[in-house]
Design a protein around this ligand. Structure first.
Ligand code: GLC
Ligand code: CA
Length: 549
């Protein structure tokens, strides 16, 4: 494989910014685009190649911007179009691309298309949305639930029909069967691409091919046709990264999205490693105990399935998920060690790693104690529904503490000053009280910080093709404490060993892994020569690069 032909995002690490919570430049308590520009040197120093910005568009902010009312305007609380162009230019000057969040499964109910569609059944935009009559005996057309609770159908009084919304009632689903709607979306995408962006992250893209009448929401029959059309009419032929959020993706459907000859996406965000830890009935609100064997099985399955075609995304967290170190590590006894271990394991897999803001300094879940502290529309809806169904308020808060989306949305912790240096005003959501010791300033001045570990891993990917292209193989799959895998390219072999536990442990290494080489990453001490038996410390992780035996 000649490397010149490989896309830039093979060696890239992407950083996700949640604009509302990243950096506030004007003291209104809300992060904004000038605030991001102000932090670009920090991100350049970390070594990331692109920033995925959660939505920055005009929006009533019912779902913090995932409800867009104007696809070509920047939300005034985030800045202006001029600020955006400035951000693109300043980022580009530092070798960083800007990836926008494309939210086109649905719009806001304040989008002019929807407002017009509500004026009457003969509106020119009526068919941009999904309208149905009541069921024969009255009531909702069918029993499809909204992902945020309740029915996916809401009644519109004045026109006498129901409209379809897979999220809140303020996020009406767009009707992708309408060619005029699709043309408008493509035109809008080209308008942003022409401004010099580096790609799109596509919100719940697996839902656009829906067929509500048949009860089909995810991966509908026309999904891939739409994505191929989108590719051909917009980014096909441009050097950009496209990543589709696809909760329903399986290893085989991932190949349909990201396969070499498919002309669809660069990769998808697949969530099997996330959902395998959820309760089959109550989902994320009733998390299961951590199970390393199950996690390894899922990650390994995806590594093997996309080994020769397609491409993996690699991530522990995002703005919808709990903080990685709280979920998979140990924030009381081994905060630094476990955060570094998690980074090592993820960043040395095959795929493109994504770092969610604050992960690189080991930010943790937030210990809110009352529902008033939560801001997320999903958490607030679910609170109401779960309490109505008989759950105790304390049990609900416990579930939200573990898996609620606001864990990821508290302000970025820059300094140990008031409000963590995020704002000079009052932040829109409370800062995590641990900002006094978990913050960027402290991390920058400590050579053994989590931040410096991330920086080193991001560089390693740029230096070693074995990290980018090496073949994955796992070992001791049934072991509940250790995660062990190799990556092999030509006669080079990278061996990664991690202890996923607060307990020390003795590891009996298979003979073919008795490797000698250079230890390119570690969180306690460098191992260079590996014999039959290893004693590992709590959350110890390291990687040795040597010759294949
Ligand atoms: C995606 C986003 C999430 C949003 C939802 C609806 O899952 O990541 O934040 O609420 O789509 O747009
Ligand atoms: Ca602001």
């Amino acid at each position: 494989m000649s490397e010149a032909k490989n896309p830039w995002w093979h060696t890239a690490t992407i950083y996700q910014v949640y604009p509302r919570s990243f950096s506030d430049s004007n003291g209104d308590g809300i992060g904004d685009l000038p605030g991001i520009i102000h932090r670009l040197d920090y991100l350049a120093d970390l070594g990331v190649s692109a920033i995925w910005l959660s939505p920055i568009f005009k929006s009533p902010m019912d779902d913090n911007g995932y409800d867009i009312s104007d696809y070509r305007e920047v939300a005034p609380e985030f800045g202006t179009l001029a600020d955006f162009d400035h951000l693109v230019a300043e980022a580009k000057a530092r070798g960083i691309g800007i990836i926008l969040d494309l939210v086109v499964n649905h719009s806001s109910d304040e989008h002019p298309w929807f407002l017009d569609a509500c004026t009457g059944r003969d509106s020119r935009y009526r068919d941009f949305y999904i309208w149905r009559d009541a069921a024969p005996g009255g009531g909702v057309p069918n029993d499809i639930p909204s992902i945020f609770g309740g029915s996916a159908w809401s009644f519109h009084e004045s026109t006498g029909q129901y409209y379809f919304h897979q999220f809140t009632r303020r996020q009406p689903d767009l009707n992708w069967e309408n060619p005029e709607l699709r043309a408008q979306v493509y035109e809008m995408m080209n308008w942003w691409l022409d401004r010099g962006i580096a790609g799109f992250r596509m919100d719940v893209i697996d839902l656009i091919g829906k067929e509500p009448d048949r009860g089909i929401t995810a991966e509908g029959p026309y999904l891939h046709r739409y994505l191929q059309e989108m590719h051909d009419k917009t980014y096909g032929g441009r050097d950009v990264l496209t990543v589709g959020e696809a909760w329903s993706a399986t290893p085989s459907s991932a190949l349909l999205y990201s396969g070499r000859d498919r002309n669809e996406l660069s990769m998808v965000f697949q969530f099997e490693h996330v959902t395998q830890a959820w309760d089959p009935e109550h989902g994320k609100w009733r998390p299961r105990d951590f199970d390393l064997v199950a996690l390894k099985k899922v990650l390994g399955k995806w590594q093997l399935a996309l080994a020769d075609d397609g491409w993996n995304s690699l991530f522990w967290g995002n703005h919808d998920l709990p903080r990685a170190v709280s979920k998979y590590g140990d924030i009381s006894g081994y905060h630094t060690e476990s955060a570094k271990m998690l980074a090592t394991v993820l960043h040395l897999l095959k795929g493109t790693p994504y770092v969610y803001q604050g992960e690189e300094i080991g930010m943790t879940n937030v210990p809110f104690t009352t529902i008033e502290q939560y801001k997320d529309v999903e958490t607030l809806n679910m609170h109401r529904l779960h309490l109505e169904a008989g759950l105790s308020p304390d049990d609900f808060i416990a579930g939200a503490n573990a898996n609620g989306r606001d864990n990821a949305r508290t302000p970025m912790q820059w300094t140990d000053a008031e409000h963590a240096g995020f704002t000079t005003g009052i932040p829109w959501i409370e800062v995590n009280p641990n900002f006094r010791h978990i913050n960027v300033d402290a991390s920058l001045s400590d050579s053994s910080s989590i931040l410096n570990h991330y920086r080193a891993l991001i560089q390693l990917r740029k230096q070693h093709p074995v990290i980018v292209y090496g073949r994955y193989q796992s070992y001791l799959d049934q072991d509940p404490q250790f995660f062990i895998y190799t990556r092999t390219l030509g006669d080079q072999r990278l061996l990664v060993i991690a202890n996923f536990s607060a307990k020390e442990g003795t590891l009996e290494l298979p003979e073919e892994l008795h490797l000698a080489g250079q230890c390119i990453s570690y969180n306690y001490r460098p191992f260079e020569r590996l014999g039959a038996t290893l004693q590992l410390k709590p959350y110890e992780a390291f990687a040795v690069l040597g010759a294949k035996r």
